[in-house]
Design a protein around this ligand. Structure first.
Ligand SMILES: C[S@@+](CC[C@H](N)C(=O)[O-])C[C@H]1O[C@@H](n2cnc3c(N)ncnc32)[C@H](O)[C@@H]1O
Length: 226
């Protein structure tokens, strides 16, 4: 099996399992809470009557559902892209449960295949998903499309892992990370600086991140910069 297919298979197994067995907003997993950096951005749109948001790699709506709640009394929608059926199905269920299904537009698609309309979104964000695009060329195209798809005074937020390492917790063995794109931190910083050269930077941080995950039934420590 080619590397890309193998990574996609393992990522699918991992996420299908999470989405089936972990409850959104229940303590004890990464689905517990929305990401503060993303939620903090919503104050930028308080004065607008219509707000359109795009969540690339939305999963089950950890960030999009709270955003939809904030936007409940405005026009506009939160468009949620994910390539896994398990993510989109659960997103629809949770949107119903939390009373925001009218504000959420789920789209089953690879991020790279989704045509972002020009000059349309006030906020485009992606949490831990753009590192799963199939090539650097596709990554560059997506960022270009994000730039064109964002309205004047709009915001882009990219949270992405770089410098990724995976270690089996039982043996300490380093294993090949199951990431399609393995950017080094400095390299990606410089690339994004160039691509966003005429944009105002609201926030830029690089923080160590670690999470325990499961690979082939083994406990694996995933470490990265984020
Ligand atoms: C680590 S999860 C994060 C989900 C969500 N952003 C969050 O913060 O809860 C990554 C998600 O991105 C999705 N994903 C990965 N690669 C993708 C791609 N190329 N196109 C669309 N979705 C993708 C996965 O299916 C998964 O649901």
């Amino acid at each position: 099996m080619k590397r890309l297919q193998m990574i996609r298979k393992k990522e699918k197994e991992y996420h299908d399992d999470c989405y089936e067995n972990l409850e959104l907003f229940k303590p004890g997993s990464w689905l517990h809470k929305p990401v503060k950096t993303v939620m903090d951005l919503m104050c930028n749109f308080e004065s607008l009557d219509t707000v359109n948001v795009l969540d690339l790699g939305s999963g089950v709506g950890r960030n999009s559902i709270p955003i939809a709640e904030i936007l409940k009394h405005k026009e506009g929608k939160v468009v949620c892209i994910d390539l896994l059926e398990s993510a989109i199905t659960k997103l629809e269920e949770y949107s119903e449960k939390y009373g925001v299904s009218a504000k959420i537009s789920p789209v089953l698609s690879d991020i790279a295949d989704y045509m972002i309309p020009n000059d349309y979104f006030n906020l485009i964000f992606s949490v831990s998903s753009l590192e799963h695009l199939e090539s650097e060329e596709r990554f560059d195209d997506v960022i270009e499309n994000m730039l064109y798809g964002t309205k004047k005074k709009g915001v882009n937020c990219i949270i992405i892992s770089t410098g990724v390492r995976e270690t089996r917790m039982d043996t300490g063995e380093h294993i090949e990370p199951m990431y399609e794109l393995m950017f080094e931190t400095t390299y990606l910083n410089e690339k994004l600086e160039k691509m966003y050269n005429n944009w105002k930077v609201l926030k830029h941080t690089v923080k160590p991140y670690e999470v325990e995950i499961s690979r082939d039934g083994s406990r694996v420590l995933l470490e990265s910069d984020e």
